[in-house]
Write a new protein. Structure first.
Lengths: 307, 308
């Protein structure tokens, strides 16, 4: 079932474009009344929730431009002027720039790795019959419902023994491993929907399996790769639990960890405005990217749940 | 297509499967084994102790508290989140005013605006959300309490996260805030794929909108609701609840263990108290709870699949 792209049966704004045979006049007035009451009521409720969602975010942006004194004396007032120095302090003194760089490195590496390895495994599992195919498939799928924390206790020592603790490449490998279940699940289903004839034709023409995969099947699977790529990008960018356990060296912190560290250390440093600047700095790029690529993001994140 | 087939299959599977086995499957197996030992995690020496860890767990008052809190999360969060999301999605898609000559069922004006805004929290890291809300709840100068005093409710200044009776609910509210939008969008997509004729037929027969919701929308959307339920429960037992409790609460897990959830307790026993074996025991209990939850939801929710 692929639904996110389907427009609502009739978009509200263009109510007149599709006109159906009218409902008999008798029921018309009653329903109109009911509809009107419902309309006011539903708008009211929907607006209240929209305000509840936006308010904390607006409040955070506002607070990031205030002085520390104002934050405590009048939390809801507008800043007296835009204190951009909060932002520069957060960017350099509070190491936000380092956290950004670490996050970009980790997510960049693991996203590419996840897509390459995930699509390789998914392709084989979707298109080839061999003993153990189902077993391997369910082994991957099982990883989606198990509590990760249970594995993290021994994983810490596995990673430590391999000398990968507190390293960027170690974190990349772990991110890939934990992203594989959903990626394989999603892409296996996707490869199954692609026509077999094109690959067979390429094979008859003498292309190897490997070449067929990279030159024919991967380009055909692009929409699926984009969806699952967005899903993994957000999941890995926002990841908190894995780095908290496996990446304890402050110099290697990723964004989420750095912010938590900053929030904890404000207890004695007292630079609240800097912390809010850091928070907003971390929120804005993701929100901006979401607004621009809204359709793809929604599709990517809801894709799995609708399969 | 037989030529070199097995070499290809092995070549393509060895890396992903190897990585997955080493970092995911093997640690899971190990942790079940470790739960029968007295391993501290600090030294490589340990011996088998049979069911001692499990006996200790059943006598551990804090474990029972954490189990209770985790169960509350798994029961309350999906009901509240999915309930709210269904309600909002129905309002967005079916709550619109009927215009003369227009279709019988319309969405509200600005439905796409609502969907964009509601989805905001979903793209933010739960860690960032948790830090932000820790300040919103701050009793002295946080957003809520200062708003309360601004409207003249000076006497009503709860401690929020500092109050053992309130803290757990505050944490849950944050999870509701951050996940509802995702399900609104998910359910809206599902509702949009329900044919409009069904609604029109029901309205012709004189059904109210509330009846159409329970008789048409909900049954046709049931599969999505059910998988959303399992998904939400797994989140509430696992990673999401870890992040919010660990970041927002004092202790973390306080005050007075009032917000300790199982996943946090596993983390603290392993990485704070140096009791890795005991931590894996609680982890196994968490695994049992998670699988039981998924099984119960799938079982209770089973009904005939409706085709449309």
């Amino acid at each position: 079932m692929k639904t996110t792209e389907t427009p609502a049966p009739v978009p509200a704004e263009s109510g007149a474009t599709v006109s159906k045979v009218g409902v008999p006049a008798g029921t018309d007035t009653r329903q109109k009344k009911e509809g009107g009451v419902l309309n006011v009521f539903s708008h009211g409720i929907l607006i209240v929730w929209a305000i509840m969602v936006v308010m904390p975010l607006v409040w955070a942006v506002m607070t990031s431009f205030k002085t520390d004194g104002d934050i405590f004396s009048s939390p809801w007032s507008l800043p007296d002027r835009l204190h951009f120095e909060n932002w520069s302090r957060a960017w350099s003194d509070a190491h936000m720039s380092d956290y950004f760089l670490n996050t970009v490195l980790v997510v960049g590496g693991s996203l590419i790795g996840t897509l390459v390895l995930g699509s390789m495994a998914a392709y084989v599992l979707a298109r080839f019959d061999f003993p153990g195919n189902r077993f391997i498939y369910y082994l991957f799928i099982g990883g989606m419902s198990f509590p990760i924390m249970l594995a993290l206790v021994p994983l810490f020592y596995v990673v430590n023994n391999m000398g990968l603790l507190n390293t960027i490449h170690g974190l990349i490998l772990v991110y890939i491993a934990y992203s594989l279940p959903f990626t394989v699940f999603f892409l296996t289903a996707f490869f199954r929907t692609l026509p077999t004839s094109v690959a067979e034709a390429a094979f008859v023409d003498g292309a190897s399996h490997t070449r067929t995969f990279f030159q024919i099947m991967l380009p055909m699977a692009k929409p699926g790769l984009i969806s699952v790529g967005i899903f993994n990008f957000l999941g890995q960018w926002n990841q908190y639990m894995l780095p908290t356990v496996l990446n304890t060296d402050p110099d290697k912190h990723v964004l989420t960890q750095g912010l938590v560290q900053l929030a904890v250390s404000q207890g004695y440093k007292g630079d609240w405005s800097g912390l809010f600047a850091g928070l907003v700095m971390a929120m804005l790029p993701v929100l901006a990217a979401y607004i621009v690529f809204q359709r793809q993001v929604v599709q990517g994140l809801t894709a799995g749940a609708l399969k | 297509m037989q030529h070199g087939k097995y070499r290809f299959i092995v070549g393509f599977l060895v890396l992903p499967l190897g990585l997955y086995a080493l970092f995911v499957v093997w640690p899971f197996i190990q942790s079940i084994y470790y739960s029968f030992t007295d391993w501290t995690g600090l030294s490589p020496d340990f011996k088998m102790v049979g069911f001692d860890n499990y006996k200790r767990m059943f006598d551990d008052e804090i474990f029972w508290k954490s189990l209770q809190h985790s169960l509350l999360f798994a029961l309350v969060l999906p009901v509240v989140t999915l309930g709210l999301a269904l309600f909002f999605a129905f309002m967005i898609n079916v709550g619109g005013r009927r215009r003369r000559g227009g279709p019988a069922i319309t969405g509200v004006r600005g439905s796409s605006f609502y969907k964009i805004v509601y989805f905001f929290p979903q793209v933010l890291s739960i860690a960032i959300v948790a830090i932000l809300f820790a300040f919103v709840y701050n009793p002295d100068s946080g957003a809520i309490n200062s708003l309360l005093s601004a409207v003249g409710l000076d006497s009503l200044q709860p401690l929020w996260l500092g109050d053992p009776d309130l803290a757990l609910w505050c944490v849950m509210a944050v999870l509701v805030w951050s996940t509802t939008g995702f399900f609104v969008v998910l359910f809206s997509a599902g509702m949009a794929s329900i044919p409009a004729d069904l609604y029109e037929a029901a309205l012709l027969d004189g059904a109210s909108r509330f009846a159409t919701f329970f008789r048409i929308t909900l049954p046709l959307l049931w599969d999505t609701v059910q998988s959303g339920w399992v998904y939400m429960g797994i989140l509430a037992l696992g990673a999401e609840s870890f992040a919010v409790v660990q970041i927002m609460t004092t202790g973390p897990g306080g005050p007075d263990y009032s917000t300790t959830v199982m996943v946090l307790y596993v983390y603290q026993k392993a990485f704070r108290d140096g009791q890795a074996a005991y931590a894996t025991t609680i982890g196994v209990a968490l695994l049992v709870v998670t699988l039981a939850f998924a099984a119960i939801v799938m079982r209770l929710g089973r009904r005939e699949r409706l085709e449309f």
